[in-house]
Design a protein around this ligand. Structure first.
Ligand code: COA
Length: 320
């Protein structure tokens, strides 16, 4: 058995903050942000929450897949930015959807989260434990960003993406994942109840803190490596892959990965110009855009690959 994606969905808030808007808050400019990151705009929540965005993306995915909410056995939500710790986002989504037969839980693997959620769902479906899974990446990163810190506030945005997977006969496709907690300090965010001052009297604010250059170097080294590891495990050549759907962190990261793999950049779709880095939502939002534009054809081979805090990184092969 294998879980096949039979529906996708996405939602981003209507409110747009472009680079010019940011240049009125911090010392930055449109040219710098575009050149260093490729980001031009990001969508930021006003009335939405992580749950409401997750529900809107999920409704689209469910509608496209032609299933009823009652058929869903498993709901996995990948998020680092839920406004509520308890109950988990997945149970809130279950309630809103009326997915009364589903078991739900959240998963935190930062920007690798959607890949880990996809693999987790596959493990359940291939084991025969569940038949239908709804996986969601949903993030309100604007709540975790220090809007006075120009090195991070330019990068991120809010949004959600979802996919419905149904078990069907077929061979399992491989996945490769890694974590390295020893390098976790490169990208951190304290929880609200740790907010305050540390022993040195410094502010320990509950905002994202990042060593941008370390994260950049980590991504351009580890993502090509994990994709090569995956291709070797699958026993297929890189030319057989139709699309590499990478976490949308930075255009220069995506370009560097394509270059290191000696693969055609046309096979690396990007939408980060419009949304910025939406962490675990970026891969399913892009997948849904491509799906709705009719760019994904039955039988095509895709690699989804994420990387981020943890540090964590991974790649999965799937056939459309
Ligand atoms: N606008 C203008 N100047 C800025 C700026 C901004 N928003 N942010 C930083 N700068 C300045 C720095 O202060 C520095 O100035 P200096 O040379 O006078 O010291 C200069 O620009 C270069 O900074 P640097 O940090 O070396 O830039 P960079 O080329 O590494 O780009 C990032 C910074 C954050 C865009 C880049 O490191 C990056 O994208 N890293 C990966 C981040 C990421 O993707 N994180 C999430 C992973 S899931």
């Amino acid at each position: 058995m294998i879980g096949k994606i039979c529906g996708t969905g996405a939602y981003v808030p209507a409110h747009v903050v472009d680079n010019h808007d940011l240049s009125r808050i911090v010392d930055t400019n449109d040219t710098w942000i575009r050149e260093r990151t490729g980001v031009a705009r990001r969508h930021i929540i006003e009335n939405d929450t992580t749950v409401s965005m997750a529900v809107k993306a999920a409704r689209q995915a469910i509608e496209q897949s032609g299933i009823s909410p009652e058929e869903i056995d498993l709901i996995l939500v990948s998020t680092i930015s839920s406004e509520v710790i308890l109950p988990c986002t997945a149970c809130e989504v279950q309630k809103e959807l009326g997915a009364v037969n589903a078991t739900g839980f959240d998963l935190n693997a930062a920007c690798t989260g959607f890949v880990f959620a996809y693999n987790t769902a596959q493990a359940y479906l291939t084991a025969g434990m569940y038949h239908t899974a709804l996986i969601i990446g949903a993030e309100s990163l604007s709540n975790l960003i220090n809007w006075k810190d120009r090195s991070t506030c330019i990068l991120f945005g809010d949004g959600a993406g979802a996919a419905v997977l149904r078990a069907e006969e077929g061979a399992v496709y491989p996945a490769v994942t890694h974590s390295d907690g020893l390098k976790g300090a490169a990208l951190t965010c304290m929880s609200r109840h740790r907010q305050g001052r540390n022993e040195e009297g410094e502010d320990m604010e509950s905002y994202m803190q990042m060593d941008g250059q370390s994260v950049f170097k980590f991504a351009v080294k580890k993502v090509p490596e994990v994709i090569e590891e995956l291709l070797e495990k699958a026993g297929i050549g890189i030319e057989e892959i139709d699309y590499f759907i990478l976490h949308q962190a930075n255009r220069r990261i995506v370009e560097a990965v394509a270059k290191r793999l000696k693969a055609d950049i046309e096979k690396f779709p990007m939408n980060l110009e419009e949304y910025g880095n939406t962490s675990s939502a970026s891969i399913p939002i892009l997948l849904d855009e491509m799906n709705r534009e009719g760019r994904l054809k039955k039988g095509q081979k895709l690699i989804i690959s994420g990387f981020g805090a943890g540090l964590s990184w991974g790649a999965s092969l799937l056939e459309w």
